[in-house]
Design a protein around this ligand. Structure first.
Ligand SMILES: Cc1ncc(COP(=O)(O)O)c(C=O)c1O
Length: 346
């Protein structure tokens, strides 16, 4: 079996999640979220994020992002995001298509926005010739593997709110950030004052378990309509809700993200010892980026899945997952060293 260091999306589903699904697979329940599993899952979210939230379960991270943005936007209003943001480069234009709004993308270092960078992206406010910035979207973990500290998020939120803008957090890998920072989910969300969160579990051991957490229920009364209109209202919702129940119980989210981060840390430290490998981004959570001698990339790819992140530089991304094993990393490193040695001897 070919091992993947391509994405945490390449992993299967945690057996504990599958077991939870199986246990819920008895009898009849109402559909579309009118069931006890969903009510209990929402209660769990309230334990994690506080009581003043609304929660909507959806099926894909792209769906969570689009609906979160749509909730705050008129078509002449715009989203500011990092150039590398998933909404900007990896969602096939869905945010623009479904919101009708423009994305204003900002060049960043390591995928992170800051008040200073945002300041330069806001102009033409009140001028009918310009789109009107309305919401800032951050990714946590970022697409370049870095993490925002709670203080960095709070600084952006304070800046945004002082300008009448909202803040959306794309938390497809929020658990990995929480583990990397040693903080809580609330420290990165509720306590920073963000307005809306795409919270994903799929990449960390679940399947079809994504969600939207609205921290401004006064401003999200239309979300249930947007979700249905946006084709993200799942009829047999218990199978999604029950995954959240398992994920947020007994520290499953923590154990899974910790394994992914620990394995990435181990891989990073070993790659740092190989002179022919150049690590290109600091390690934040479970993804790392590197330049390898060009000649070994294809032979390496024959044995292991991974992505070329930047076609121009040849930079690759390696990502660890909840089920990445140390022995697989060791085998990968052994094979990599063999390829480097044979490349050097030619
Ligand atoms: C940062 C980030 N946000 C959102 C998503 C969207 O997830 P989906 O593929 O479920 O739409 C991904 C998926 O890889 C992601 O990496």
């Amino acid at each position: 079996m070919k091992i993947s260091l391509g994405s945490d999306n390449h992993s299967g589903v945690d057996p504990k999640i599958l077991e939870a699904i199986t246990l819920a697979n008895v009898g009849y329940t109402h559909s579309y979220g009118d069931d006890d599993y969903t009510r209990r899952a929402i209660d769990k979210f309230k334990e994690v994020f506080g009581h003043d939230i609304d929660v909507y379960f959806v099926l894909t991270g792209t769906g969570a992002n689009v609906l979160s943005l749509q909730n705050f936007l008129k078509p002449y209003e715009a989203v500011i995001c990092a150039q590398s943001a998933h909404i900007n480069v990896d969602e096939c234009g869905a945010p623009e298509h479904f919101t009708g709004s423009k994305l204003i993308s900002v060049e960043t270092k390591q995928g992170k926005l800051s008040p200073e960078l945002l300041e330069k992206a806001i102009f033409g406010v009140g001028d009918e010739h310009h789109v009107q910035p309305r919401i800032i979207s951050l990714s946590q973990v970022t697409e370049l593997g870095s993490v925002y500290t709670p203080a960095e998020i709070k600084a952006i939120v304070d800046f945004a709110h002082s300008r009448g803008l909202y803040v959306h957090l794309d938390g497809a890998r929020l658990a990995n950030a929480v583990v990397a920072l040693g903080c809580s989910f609330a420290d990165l969300t509720t306590h920073t004052g963000i307005d809306i969160l795409s919270f994903g579990a799929t990449k960390n051991g679940a399947m079809l378990a994504e969600s939207i957490v609205c921290f401004r229920p006064d401003l999200s009364s239309g979300m249930k309509f947007l979700r249905k209109m946006g084709m993200q209202l799942y009829s047999k919702m218990r199978y999604s809700s029950v995954q959240w129940l398992a994920y947020l119980s007994d520290n499953l989210w923590y154990e899974n993200a910790k394994n992914a981060n620990d394995m990435a840390k181990y891989l990073y430290s070993k790659l740092a010892e190989i002179p022919e490998v150049k690590l290109t981004q600091p390690l934040g959570a479970n993804a790392l980026f590197a330049l390898l001698p060009k000649e070994i990339i294809e032979p390496l790819r024959e044995e292991y899945y991974f992505y070329t992140w930047d076609e121009f530089t040849g930079e690759i991304r390696l990502m660890c997952s909840f089920d990445t094993r140390k022995e697989d990393i060791d085998k990968f490193l052994g094979f990599l060293q063999k390829l480097i040695d044979s490349f050097k001897s030619h």
